[in-house]
Design a binder for this molecule. Structure first.
Ligand SMILES: Nc1ncnc2c1ncn2[C@@H]1O[C@H](COP(=O)(O)OP(=O)(O)O)[C@@H](O)[C@H]1O
Ligand code: SF4
Ligand SMILES: [Mg+2]
Length: 366
């Protein structure tokens, strides 16, 4: 697949890769499964439902974007996959990880697992790049040692010397200048963009089957964002690792991902191939997101399109369809929870009045 440059595009369509006549990508269905999330729920100890019935899979080497406004549940989903949820919240359901064809192709359950077993999976089968690089780095350890220790802990290099050499090579691969010298420096010696590249080296050190990135470039200077995204892409493509890329930047998803999952109110509201979802969204929330991402789209008074209203705080979403207090197509039936409707080719949505079915005027008044 030809990847376009990852600079911020003024519309998602412009950023979309040209996949016409491109048969080099295996179909999602035929790929071996790396991640299987089933009925994942997250609740606070006080009973607030933060994630509800979240289910999806990722295939080997597949790149999937997870999008939604701030407060939709993206980070909680990413943290659940890593079994790194904060104190005070509990996950239910199932998150299973596999390393297909790598000798230890056994499903590992991340929900309710014992810390000793989870720590053997984290950093090896699955790794994560957070928004803020210092979250993942130890400020008191030289960066070369941090990367090499991760390989030694997981037994992916036979000894200290080869692990350290591999760490320097990884720092070089993520574009850290003078990697041998840099390996002896502490995290505070580096700029924000360089620190995020070091975190990426750490995340890729054991060739994870899945890399989870949660807004990895949001905290970085715009001039280095595209470079970091390209390094992430190269890193996963070289290893055939799956990528779950959490962002609110639709143009970025359009340029790097094959499939997209749209979240709102702690639920998945739509999923499908990027091109389909972004050019023909079905859920009314996705329609709003796509409209709001296109700087060419203005209303009759020349203002940029936005989704009306704001995301409610956790526990304050309406019952039934979580989007109904902001949706101009809501009807009385939307006070029930919409069922998941598969529409073929890995696509689906949960909306009573999807785009293309006209305005439900007859039933209005919810
Ligand atoms: N530890 C927590 N305790 C209570 N509420 C939380 C906690 N973590 C996140 N939330 C709430 O859950 C919702 C989803 O959060 P999050 O997954 O961080 O959203 P996103 O990453 O999409 O912006 C938000 O309303 C957030 O305030
Ligand atoms: S189910 Fe109803 S309220 Fe929810 S997005 Fe669809 S039309 Fe709007
Ligand atoms: Mg977040």
């Amino acid at each position: 697949m030809k990847l376009p440059t990852t600079s911020r595009a003024d519309s998602v369509e412009k950023a979309m890769p040209d996949t016409s006549g491109d048969s080099s990508e295996p179909e999602h269905q035929s790929r071996r499964e790396v991640l299987n999330v089933r009925d994942l729920s997250v609740r606070t100890d006080s009973g607030l439902q933060l994630l509800d019935n979240v289910s999806f899979t990722l295939g080997e080497g597949e790149r999937v974007g997870l999008i939604g406004e701030s407060g939709s549940g993206k980070s909680l989903t990413a943290l659940s996959i890593m079994a790194l949820l904060p104190d005070g919240v509990q996950a239910g359901g199932s998150v299973q990880l596999r390393r297909p064809g790598r000798g230890d192709d056994v499903a590992k359950e991340m929900v309710g697992g014992r810390e000793r077993e989870l720590s053997q999976v984290r950093g090896k089968d699955v790794a994560m790049v957070f928004q803020e690089p210092m979250t993942a780095l130890n400020p008191t350890m030289r960066v070369g040692k941090q990367v090499s220790e991760s390989m030694l802990i997981h037994g992916t290099r036979p000894d200290r010397r080869s692990a350290y050499a591999a760490a320097v090579a990884l720092l070089d691969a993520v574009g850290i200048p003078n990697p041998a010298e840099a390996a002896r420096a502490y995290p505070h010696h580096f700029s924000g963009g360089q620190r995020q590249r070091i975190v990426l080296a750490l995340a890729l050190a054991n060739d994870p089957a899945l890399l989870v990135c949660d807004e990895p470039t949001t905290a970085l200077d715009v001039t280095v964002q595209a470079r970091v995204v390209n390094l992430i892409l190269r890193g996963v493509q070289e290893r055939n690792s799956a990528l779950l890329f959490v962002t609110h930047d639709l143009a970025l998803v359009a340029s790097i991902c094959e499939r997209v999952i749209v979240m709102y109110g702690g639920r998945i509201v739509e999923t499908g191939p990027v091109r389909d979802v972004f050019t023909r969204p079905q859920h009314r929330y996705t329609q709003g997101l796509v409209g709001a991402s296109d700087v060419r789209k203005t209303d009759e008074r020349g203002r940029l399109t936005t989704i009306p209203g704001t995301v409610p705080p956790a526990g304050r979403f309406p019952d039934g369809c979580v989007f109904r207090n902001r949706c101009s197509h809501a009807t009385a039936s939307c006070s029930q929870t919409p069922e998941w409707t598969p529409t073929g080719d890995g696509k689906g949505h949960a909306c009573f009045h999807p785009v293309g079915e006209g305005h439900p005027t007859a039933e209005r008044g919810a």
